[in-house]
Ligand binder design. Structure first.
Ligand code: GLU
Length: 492
């Protein structure tokens, strides 16, 4: 497939979302692969907003799309707010360009007016379905004489422009995933170029922009494969070279069904709010469906290992949240502590309003140290609210709970509690305190695991978490002492 990727033209790709108000995983993956493809091949990555359909325009100005791309780090070279050779980059502002190109097709007699009403078209379609014929426009209006056309125009009957396909031709496209695909035009309908309102269809405007923006590779979801025959016919009608296509497999959920709003993570805003890192998301979406020796990769590492000529996956690829979680966890574990602290702060301050005052008290460095200690427990940034809870909320336990949680037998329990009580005063020097506790536990034949369980329950109300020394470090000697005193009182 390498030959299809290599071209002597400068590579230009585009991400062409409709401003539906939400970027979902499929969009993000398409944007990402366009971006990576352009970067690796020294090409240009264009952002073009397909906003001609008012029913799908929920994000005027595509503000959310640009915010999302920015968050993901997918910087475009040309597009809204970025000067480029083919402005404007909002389709709604490109009507004149579509009009000019339609005029060319009209003058070359490659399109015709269709006066059929919606109702007539629907009836024809139902009849064809009943006769078990593939529903296709029957070219009625292609056969109208100039007089008939004039009559209809005089009567102001609304019309649309349709493409005149030659049923005797076949067009072959090259697709990175699918190889060569040949479309036999006799199987396709003369598709609409305009709507009755005079606006242009997706099929036409999307094609015109790809043609006039010199797009060399059309990388988009496989759901657009059905549009490709018509668009390829348009390239031929304009006697232009076809771009290479790459129709990306659709993302499905773990049960193999098309990913939908009900699947967590469908919308990337959900993933962002839940605390997935953009680096992890890009990492996951780039490697999904492939196999890689090393799976945790930065964009520049991905650029050096991705081999687009081997991207032959088609059909569906599975979105596996567990895998994404694993990748996110790895990214968090390796993240710079200061940067991570800044990201975590947003979640902490939202959950614990007292956090701001605390940070002032303990200082930024201490907070960074706390995050560093807690980060092994984070799958997402939001998990920090659970992990750090103990710092803001002292544990509330009963003796029964302590016993069942620690699983220490009654006899050792009272003795360990006594040992803790005797050494509490040493807590101002945590290391000394711990050494003494360890030593005396050994002498008294207490299981060190039991002693540490009780200490942890006293400090944070759980048997799991960071090391005791780290917990004392986080809480400070005074607060640790208060909490252990409380434990001792309850346990007595
Ligand atoms: N505007 C189309 C969409 O949002 C993209 C079309 C294309 O990439 O060719 O699905």
């Amino acid at each position: 497939m390498e030959n299809e990727i290599v071209t002597n033209k400068k590579i230009r790709v585009r991400f062409a979302p409709s401003p539906t108000g939400m970027m979902h995983l499929g969009n993000v993956r398409t944007a990402l692969l366009n971006y990576l493809f352009a970067k690796q091949k020294n090409g240009t990555f264009v952002l073009r907003i397909e906003d001609t359909d008012p029913e799908r325009n929920f994000d005027p100005g595509a503000v959310k799309i640009m915010e999302d791309l920015n968050w993901l780090g997918l910087t475009y070279d040309e597009g809204p707010n970025k000067p480029g050779s083919f402005p404007p980059y909002f389709q709604a502002q490109r009507t004149e360009i579509y009009q000019e190109n339609l005029q060319q097709l009209i003058s070359e007699n490659k399109v015709y007016r269709c006066f059929c009403s919606q109702e007539e078209l629907e009836n024809k379609k139902q009849r064809q379905i009943a006769l078990k014929i593939a529903p296709r426009y029957d070219k009625t209006c292609c056969k109208l004489t100039p007089e008939q056309i004039k009559e209809k125009l005089d009567k102001n009957i609304p019309f649309i422009w349709r493409m005149k396909l030659d049923p005797n031709t076949k067009i072959t496209i090259t697709d990175i995933s699918h190889g060569q695909i040949t479309f036999d035009m006799k199987n396709f309908s003369d598709f609409p170029i305009t709507r009755q309102t005079g606006t242009f269809t997706f099929m036409f405007s999307n094609f015109v922009d790809d043609m006039v923006m010199d797009i060399t590779h059309v990388i988009r979801g496989e759901d657009h494969l059905s549009n490709t025959a018509g668009q390829a016919a348009l390239f031929k009608a304009f006697e232009k070279e076809l771009p290479t296509y790459w129709h990306l497999p659709m993302i499905c959920n773990i049960e193999g069904k098309k990913l939908s709003k009900r699947d967590f993570g469908f919308s990337i805003r959900d993933l962002q709010e839940a605390g997935y890192l953009p680096e992890a998301l890009c990492n996951y979406l780039s490697i999904m469906g492939g196999s890689f020796e090393q799976e945790i990769m930065t964009i520049s590492e991905l650029l050096s290992v991705l081999d687009f000529s081997k991207s032959q996956a088609k059909g569906q690829i599975k979105y596996d949240l567990n895998k994404l979680n694993w990748i996110n966890h790895k990214w968090i574990s390796n993240y710079d502590n200061k940067k991570l602290t800044n990201l975590c702060k947003v979640y902490i301050e939202k959950e614990f309003p007292q956090a701001k005052a605390l940070e002032k008290n303990i200082g930024e460095n201490k907070l960074i140290r706390i995050i560093e200690i807690l980060k092994p427990g984070l799958t997402t940034l939001k998990d920090i609210t659970q992990e750090i809870r103990f710092l803001f909320v002292a544990p509330e336990t009963t003796k029964i709970e302590i016993l069942s949680l620690s699983n220490v037998d009654q006899n050792s329990f009272s003795q360990i509690i006594k040992l803790l009580e005797q050494n509490l005063s040493l807590l101002s020097a945590p290391e000394e305190f711990l050494n003494k506790i360890k030593l005396e536990s050994k002498t008294n034949n207490f299981k060190i695991k039991d002693v540490f369980s009780l200490l942890r329950i006293g400090l944070i109300g759980s048997t799991k978490g960071p090391g005791i020394g780290e917990l004392i470090d986080i809480l400070g000697s005074k607060e640790s002492k208060n909490r252990l005193e409380k434990l001792i009182n309850i346990a007595k």
